[in-house]
Ligand binder design. Structure first.
Ligand code: ADP
Ligand code: MG
Length: 545
């Protein structure tokens, strides 16, 4: 066959236009796309040999990157499966992929917000962001004779021709656009730039990515260590710790490492770390949070908040999902069913890991709770379905000794006839301990939980019970410690005094009554069972409500 000039399909042309006029803020990703295609091609060749008995040399599957600064070219070569002439026309000349139409509309809409568009990947065509001409030479494994040469300037047409001496695999050469002062186009012939991009986006590709230079053997740029894909028994702690440092920039070794692997209809692997100490910005709104998302070893994005709820924002790690599109955006992530499923599983696993720590390593657990308990308790507000597992891993300061207690331990110590879990909120331990509300409970030997975190004021209102025992604020309503006695003391001689006080305090209190909750104080303020607590009232007032 001879050379032909063909037209791009209409959608392909549209997409190319967007690339040529470069709506991406992050052009570096073109290399990620090329490497990902090359890696797929290597996978396919290995599979074809294994499954279809294709005769092929798979002893040195790899990807090569070469640059020529003078000619301003960048070349990415793989010795993978390659393409036939028909395949090139079909795969490169058209956009046959489903969802591309949607992607196109999104791309156009996103013109106004370049940072959003930076999250998309659009495959091979992204090369036209940085190149004004692209040449692809390919030879399909298992086919005799010549290969195929494809070339285009990304305008309306491409040419296709025979390539007599093409080796098996695919070589893509980008003729880089001239450097433009305004458009901060990086110099993609710069060795350091290439290294940096490969490290960032393709470090865990499972084939070597070699930088080749004129003087021979190339240097491997990627570590190829997809730690999350390797069985735990084969990875040393030091390797895990190094990786943790790499993704978290925290130099303290993590408290716990969690490996997950799901097979079946939706496959993913996850490697999570629970840090040993809280970052300084744990309670700052604009702090970075979320996990890294990979799709089949290809880095997709950092800080993916969709993968882990806010109250577990301190968890670091990687999720590698097999069946997501490389083109997935943050917007799509939020709605993706699979992502939501992964997130639920991760939550379950993190909570159960902490629960296991409580018995297997109480010291680690104590560290965990000290560092992250305040954040974890936010989960009681965010996830009503998870009240139980969250309460199970929680501990609280208590009037029973100086060590925090779990609710289970509290329940075990409950007095004969005690049916509720008593707590009192406040600003500090000493404030709570010295509260007049405490007196009767102390005197009668009832244990009271001391809740002093700001979030405690809020979650106690939405969590009704633990293990069938109601959670009960001792500052609210009437607490009937002495059941046999009259709820309301006969006023007797106190009638006139109570009348006087009620009148004097008219504006400030609802009612003045006698109480046996006090032993040494003369009086204390109590709210009705469904009133807000004084501390919460104070908080609202501070917020101007
Ligand atoms: P995607 O990778 O999402 O399918 P691309 O635009 O990146 O989309 O690539 C389109 C298709 O071209 C690929 O699916 C693949 O079939 C083919 N292709 C691209 N690069 C190569 C390569 N290096 N070797 C073999 N086939 C390739
Ligand atoms: Mg691709």
């Amino acid at each position: 066959m001879t050379m032909e000039t063909l037209e791009f399909q209409a959608e392909a042309r549209q997409l190319l236009q967007l690339m040529v006029h470069s709506i991406y803020s992050n052009k570096d990703i073109f290399l990620r796309e090329l490497i990902s295609n090359a890696s797929d091609a290597l996978d396919k060749l290995r599979l074809a040999k294994l499954q279809d008995g294709l005769e092929a040399d798979t002893s040195d599957l790899h990807i090569e990157i070469g640059v020529d600064a003078e000619a301003r070219t960048l070349t990415v070569r793989d010795n993978g499966i390659g393409m036939t002439r028909d395949e090139v026309v079909e795969l490169i000349g058209t956009i046959a992929k489903s969802g591309t139409a949607e992607l196109l509309t999104k791309l156009k809409e996103a013109k106004e917000s370049p940072e959003l568009i930076g999250q998309f990947g659009v495959g091979f065509y992204s090369t036209f962001m940085v190149a004004d001409k692209v040449t692809l030479v390919t030879h399909k494994a298992g086919t005799e004779g010549h290969g195929t040469r494809w070339e285009s300037a990304g305008e309306g047409t491409f040419t296709i021709d025979d390539a007599p001496d093409a080796p098996v695999g695919t070589t893509i050469t980008l003729h880089l656009r001239p450097k433009d002062e305004d458009d901060a186009l990086y110099d993609y012939t710069d060795e350091w730039k290439i290294k940096e991009i490969v490290k960032r986006y393709s470090d865990f590709i499972s084939f070597p990515i070699r930088k080749v230079s004129a003087d021979g053997e190339g240097e491997t740029l990627n570590s190829m260590k997809a730690l999350w894909a390797r069985p735990r028994s084969e990875v040393t702690d030091e390797e895990y710790h190094q990786f943790y440092r790499h993704i978290s920039h925290d130099w303290t070794d993590p408290l716990e490492i969690i490996n997950m692997k799901a097979e079946g209809t939706f496959e993913y692997e996850a490697l999570l770390f629970i840090p040993a100490r809280a970052p300084h910005d744990l309670f700052q709104r604009d702090a970075r949070r979320g996990l890294q998302l990979y799709v089949k070893r290809v880095f997709i994005m950092d800080d993916s908040k969709e993968l882990i709820p806010d109250y577990l924002r301190f968890v670091k790690g990687v999720v590698d999902a097999a069946d997501l599109s490389l083109n997935i955006s943050r917007e799509i992530l939020q709605q993706d069913r699979h992502i939501q499923m992964i997130r639920r599983r991760l939550v379950k696993k993190v909570l159960s890991t902490i629960k296991d720590l409580m018995s297997s390593s109480p010291e680690k657990y104590a560290t965990f709770w000290r560092e992250f308990g305040r954040a974890v308790k936010e989960g009681l507000l965010a996830e009503p379905d998870n009240h139980k597992p969250i309460l199970e891993i929680a501990s609280f300061a208590t009037t029973h000794g100086s060590e925090p207690t779990t609710l289970a331990a509290y329940v075990e110590r409950m007095k004969e006839g005690q049916e509720e879990i008593y707590f009192l909120t406040g600003e500090s331990r000493s404030q709570v301990e010295n509260s007049p509300h405490m007196e009767a409970f102390q005197a009668e030997g009832y244990e009271v939980l001391i809740l002093t975190d700001p979030v405690d004021e809020v979650w106690v209102d939405v969590v009704p019970e633990f293990d069938g025992k109601k959670l009960r604020s001792i500052a609210r309503g009437t607490v009937d410690l002495k059941k046999d006695e009259e709820e309301k003391q006969p006023e007797g001689d106190f009638g006139p005094l109570l009348g006087f006080l009620t009148e004097k305090l008219d504006e400030r209190v609802k009612e003045v009554r006698l109480s046996h909750r006090l032993t040494t104080s003369a009086a204390c303020l109590v709210s009705d069972a469904d009133d807000i607590t004084p501390a919460l009232e104070k908080m609202y007032r501070a917020m101007g409500q």
